[in-house]
Design a protein around this ligand. Structure first.
Ligand code: G3P
Ligand code: CA
Length: 257
């Protein structure tokens, strides 16, 4: 069938559940991560930030306002204050009482069950977060190149350079918004000195860009696919993985035979 890919090709595409299976459960909660495991994602993507008392927590926005019943900046709240919040009810009553997870809790619950794509979210707000993340992984012997699938990524490329120096065996990624549409080969080569992944906004992905990223020696997992059409377009451009709210789109893709 025209436009289809083989079963083997499909299985090779890394399926990353964006903030967990966030179309089906409240983003960045244990429920969303568990759902992603049930849906057979290869990785969960998590956003990591730091509380006022320097504890690592998993939440996307830099305030708790949108996804909890509280208000305020993550960096102005203590872990105790953060843990009192309801991070599920905004999505649906079924998930009332879900908490903002700690980074440690996610690692301990999901290591070995699913890969973990760790995004350092706005690390410029949290001096020392790279060291904290590195320490937390090292305490668990998760800083080695082994079969625990861990990747660290950020839109803050300086932060990734620092993190790669702290965790040289862990693959790192640079996230690239639409302002990187005209990224040059020189820039890609510079990223490749510390990054293994160039993960762009899906809207700037072309066949040419996929090829250039591969020539630079990196893989590409664009974000954020939210429809079957978007997933299909990315499959056909030859990306290595897809960061999606809908893990099922990977499996729905038309397969030859
Ligand atoms: O994994 C990449 C993607 O999560 C980046 O965008 O805003 O959803 O963190 P955002
Ligand atoms: Ca993210």
């Amino acid at each position: 069938k025209e436009g289809s890919i083989t079963k083997q090709e499909q299985q090779q595409i890394i399926n990353v559940a964006h903030r967990g299976a966030s179309a089906h459960a409240p983003e960045n909660t244990m429920a969303a991560f568990q759902k992603a495991v049930e849906m057979k994602s290869d990785y969960i993507e998590i956003d990591v930030q730091m509380t006022e008392d320097e504890e690592l927590v998993v939440i996307h926005d830099t305030t708790v306002d949108r996804t909890t019943n509280g208000t305020g900046a993550v960096g102005d709240l203590t872990l105790e204050e953060i843990r009192m919040l309801d991070a599920g009810s905004w999505f649906s009553e079924e998930f009332a009482g879900e908490k903002i997870p700690t980074f440690e809790e996610v690692l301990d619950a999901f290591r070995g069950k699913v890969g973990i794509l760790i995004e350092l979210k706005s690390p410029g707000l949290y001096p020392g977060i790279e060291e904290e993340v590195a320490e937390t992984l090292k305490e668990r012997n998760m800083d080695r190149a082994n079969n625990e699938k861990i990747i660290i990524q950020s839109f803050n490329h300086e932060s990734m350079k620092q993190s790669k120096a702290l965790l040289p065996e862990i693959p790192h990624g640079v996230l690239a918004g639409t302002s990187w549409a005209d990224v040059t080969d020189e820039q890609l080569a510079a990223f490749a000195t510390y990054a293994d992944y160039f993960n762009p906004n899906q809207n700037i992905v072309t066949l040419e860009l996929v090829n250039r990223v591969h020539v630079a020696g990196m893989q590409m997992m664009p974000y954020t696919s939210r429809s079957q059409e978007q997933a299909d377009r990315l499959f056909h451009l030859g990306v290595d993985g897809i960061i999606t709210d809908y893990p099922e789109h990977v499996y729905n893709h038309p397969v030859k035979n």
